[in-house]
Write a protein that binds this ligand. Structure first.
Ligand code: GLP
Length: 248
């Protein structure tokens, strides 16, 4: 995690120095918890003036949010961001944007979110975790590279994977979510796919070996010219066309 934080910190510092802050694309999930903890501890050591400038310039867009959960719901991704990033870094929540899962019309909310990203000039660095079924954001299989920000139905596998945030019960996990599509994800300037733990090794290997397969949405990421893969030893299995050195 320290290596990816090195890179993110450097990117933030450069963008502040060159007055060229591009919106960040942020992700949620257990993989991101240690990353945000490390990023917060790093940025908290910045000189006060620089940290203040970062807070002023900050603009980020999260990948996804559950449909039907208000931002203050304890299991919403909005609450996750509040807990792991907004409060520890002293950010203004209005500069940490997520799709409005509680909107009366979630389809319109998805369109609005995509438009806000467009108006902000698109995403600079996009963080991504990997779902156990190969999803990124909530782009569930099957999914092509041109899918846009939209409302999706969550698969039983995803609802089970995320049940730990809902008292361990997949039935309590909302059935739908708003997610950025692969279209918006692939339009980011650079992608950082972060994969940790042995249970993800198999799906990561598939994502790297397939050259764009709708059944493994993460496999489209290889088409991006600036994909960084940050993987721990447990999640790495040698094989196929790619070696660990291709990505680090
Ligand atoms: C969730 C999120 C993804 C996340 C992935 C992995 O469902 N929608 O954005 O990256 O699944 O989650 P975890 O890191 O908890 O394994």
């Amino acid at each position: 995690m320290e290596a990816v934080v090195d890179q993110l910190e450097q990117g933030l510092q450069d963008s502040l120095e060159h007055q060229a802050f591009r919106p960040l694309g942020l992700a949620t999930g257990r993989t991101m918890e240690p990353l945000y903890a490390a990023l917060v501890s790093r940025l908290s050591n910045w000189p006060t003036g620089r940290l203040t400038r970062l807070r002023q310039r900050w603009l980020s867009f999260n990948l996804d949010e559950y449909v039907g959960l208000a931002p203050e719901h304890p299991s919403s991704f909005s609450s996750f961001m509040g807990h792991h990033l907004v409060r520890p870094l002293g950010l203004n929540p209005a500069q940490v944007l997520l799709p409005d899962g509680a909107a009366a019309d979630p389809h319109a909310a998805a369109d609005r979110f995509a438009a806000e990203i467009h108006i902000a000039g698109g995403i600079g660095s996009q963080l991504l975790g990997l779902g156990s079924n190969g999803h990124v954001g909530f782009n569930e299989p099957p999914c092509g590279p041109d899918e846009r920000c939209r409302v999706v139905r969550l698969s039983p596998a995803t609802r089970s994977q995320n049940a730990s945030s809902f008292q361990g019960s997949p039935a309590l996990v909302p059935e739908e979510a708003i997610t950025l599509g692969l279209h918006e994800i692939l339009a980011a300037k650079e992608l950082h796919l972060i994969v940790t733990g042995a249970p993800k090794a198999g799906i990561l290997r598939k994502a790297l070996d397939l050259d764009g397969d709708p059944e493994v949405p993460a496999s489209w990421l290889r088409r991006h010219p600036k994909l960084w893969l940050w993987v721990d030893d447990a999640a790495w299995v040698e094989g196929g066309a790619c070696t660990q050195n291709d990505y680090q």
